[in-house]
Ligand binder design. Sequence first.
Ligand code: ADP
Length: 301
Amino acid sequence: MKIGILSRNKELYSTSRLFETATERGHEARIIDPLRCYMNITSHKPSIHFKGEPLEGYDAIIPRIGASITFYGAAVVRQFEMMEVYCINESVAISRSRDKLRSLQLLARRGIGLPVTGFSHATMYTQDLIDLVGGAPLVIKLLEGTQGIGVVLAETNNAASSVIEAFRGLKQNILVQEFIKEANAKDIRCFVVGGKVVAAMMRTGKEGDFRSNIHRGGKAEKVKITPEERSTAVRAAKIMGLNVAGVDILRSNHGPVVMEVNSSPGLEGIEKASGKNVARVVIEFIEKNAQPGKTKTRGKG
Ligand code: ADP
């Protein structure tokens, strides 16, 4: 098969693992920087050009679209869809999962466990917003943050209102969330491919930090997940319409709660922690499922 990996950087662990695995399995693989693609979107002959040549004859695309290029990256994926090329994650599902509010609303609507969550942009009714989600301690997040930046724990109502007011001054969308203390600075990343959890890891925040992000000095290890965690991860990926997803879960007193569903989950941490060959599972899924113009899952909204 001819497989295109949409990625800005061929040196990234995830990109190179997918490339090598596809090549080892006898496929013709190519890494394509989505920002360097340019397109003709007319309906009778949609095309994509890259480095002066048309991209032709692809059987499958693996989008690895970084958060900072979601808008253009999703448009490139959509263009491949217009050309009837199978994309392992659809453009609409990628955009949907990148919109945190939309994702949480969709997950809530379908009964997925979530921390009690509120969101706001410019309310002056700070105390009412705090009361709405049950009062301190609260986690307050900038909607646009990644890798744990802009995620603050406010232990008292006073601290919470100061943080909310500061963020309001910055004209930011914010999430205000119940603090899941019992998660103990740990979260679980479930790597889902084609409706199955194929690997899982537990991340633990560095000493004194409630955030478990590896970028913030957290560590990852293998974990055995419960059947409820497994089904939560699988359902969350399905609701997002993603064939490949990284579902982040906290262990709360009221069962597993989903933090986020990631449409381009990294392979390095999960392969090292779980010992599983996740890249091979992804390529095998494509071998079984790639057909022109067909993407397996379709979420709503
Ligand atoms: P980012 O997308 O920037 O990584 P997250 O929302 O995933 O931000 O938060 C970063 C980390 O902070 C999570 O992995 C988790 O360990 C911790 N965290 C986030 N929200 C909560 C919460 N409501 N209760 C407890 N811990 C949380």
